[in-house]
Design a protein around this ligand. Structure first.
Ligand SMILES: *Cc1c(COP(=O)(O)O)cnc(C)c1O
Length: 389
């Protein structure tokens, strides 16, 4: 028997706080509890039918059965550039400023490998998507966590970052509309970020996974719409949340050509690109009629309104989100985020996500995802009414 030992980088992964929650969920299900799971950031609505139909045709073409090009089919990258022009009035060179990704998580996780040397600093929002610090860790970098606090509208306060950290910083992750806080960034904030990046030579990686999940007509900005953005950074995008395609694994990175080339270099050595049938289907998805997306947004907006009114009615404080399908809900006194999640699961069969799982500044909040039908959400609120307050 040899001794199988994990590498230090795996041993130093932060504890997976959601593992104990998942164990509790499994245990509740085994007891026969009808769990209403509002913890998962994965839309319950299937991929639109015209996209599924396109895949059926694409998968039959033998030319798609071979290795794809690692940067992505030019036709897919052109469709991405067209989409950016239509949606954001941003022009992109499909050959040098667009890279296909096996979901945006893949690109986000890999990009530190292209630019981070041991000891380099990556500026990471907290609470935030766990892949930012983990990708940093795998590249030997050091995460500096920028707290997102309600009093700053859940935007990082750049003036609070020490000068020596800024001098060592090589990358900065940002994410608006934000998971988990549901905050949206104003243009002024992106301007500040660009000025900071120029001053300290920092590559900005903006994660725009939720740019199409917005409400009340308030279309979020692309980072690349802001003057100077392309000189300092890139934007990650995903078809996952926009078209209910989380399982398909398709995304893209766009923007600064040197940053795109660096990420492409890592990918060409690690993976062999996205299944071409999926890329061809992605072209169809990116050309989806606006009315289809408007319908999806309407569904989430209805759920949002049901849940926000419901939570307010039982005395839980929540900001009505302008975007994303998350509700960042204040934990009432007497609980912390983990004990409230456990309490709600135990007593009401409703599962949320403890804010602390997204980073220490997330303590004091739990995240509810609107990834269940409105009737289930209404029922969840009714059950919670009996056990909180
Ligand atoms: C869901 C999500 C993504 C998208 O992940 P994919 O790999 O494209 O499915 C990226 N960033 C955040 C913050 C997310 O919540």
């Amino acid at each position: 028997m040899i001794q199988i030992r994990l590498a230090d980088r795996v041993k130093s992964l932060p504890p997976y706080l959601f593992a104990s929650i998942d164990a509790m969920k499994q245990e509740a299900l085994a007891r026969g509890v009808d769990v209403i799971d509002l913890s998962i950031g994965d839309p319950d609505i299937p991929t639109p039918a015209h996209i599924v139909e396109a895949m059926k045709k694409a998968v039959e073409k033998p030319e798609h059965h071979q290795y794809p090009s690692y940067v992505g089919m030019l036709s897919y990258r052109e469709a991405v550039a067209d989409w950016y022009r239509r949606r954001f009035s941003v022009s992109l060179d499909p050959k040098t400023e667009v890279l296909s990704l096996i979901g945006s998580k893949e690109g986000i996780g890999h990009i530190p490998l292209a630019f981070i040397n041991p000891g380099d600093v990556v500026l990471v929002p907290s609470p935030g998507y766990p892949v930012y610090p983990v990708g940093t860790l795998f590249a030997g970098g050091e995460s500096y966590f920028m707290p997102l606090r309600q009093e700053n509208a859940f935007l990082p306060d750049f003036s609070a970052i020490p000068e020596d950290i800024l001098k060592r910083a090589v990358l900065m992750f940002l994410n608006y509309p934000n998971n988990p806080t549901a905050a949206v960034a104003p243009e002024e904030f992106f301007r500040e970020a660009i000025a900071l990046a120029e001053k300290y030579n920092i590559i900005i990686c903006h994660d725009a996974a939720y740019s199409e999940v917005y409400y009340d007509g308030g279309r979020p900005l692309s980072f690349l719409e802001v003057e100077g953005a392309k000189e300092v950074g890139i934007e990650f995008h995903s078809l996952s949340k926009t078209y209910n395609m989380t399982g398909w694994r398709l995304g893209f990175a766009v923007g600064n050509r040197e940053a795109i080339a660096g990420l492409g270099k890592i990918k060409s050595n690690l993976d062999s690109g996205v299944f071409q049938a999926i890329q061809e289907t992605g072209i169809v998805a990116l050309r989806t009629e606006d009315t289809v997306l408007a319908g999806l947004r309407e569904t989430f907006q209805k759920r949002r309104d049901v849940m926000c009114e419901g939570l307010a009615g039982i005395g839980l404080e929540v900001n009505k989100p302008k975007a994303t399908f998350y509700l960042w809900t204040k934990v009432p006194s007497g609980f912390d985020s983990t004990s409230l999640v456990a309490h709600l699961l135990e007593k009401a069969g409703v599962l949320g996500t403890p804010g602390v799982g997204f980073g220490a500044p997330g303590e004091g909040y739990i995240r509810f995802a609107l990834t269940q039908p409105a009737e289930r959400i209404r029922e969840a609120v009714e059950r919670m009414r009996r056990v909180v307050g």
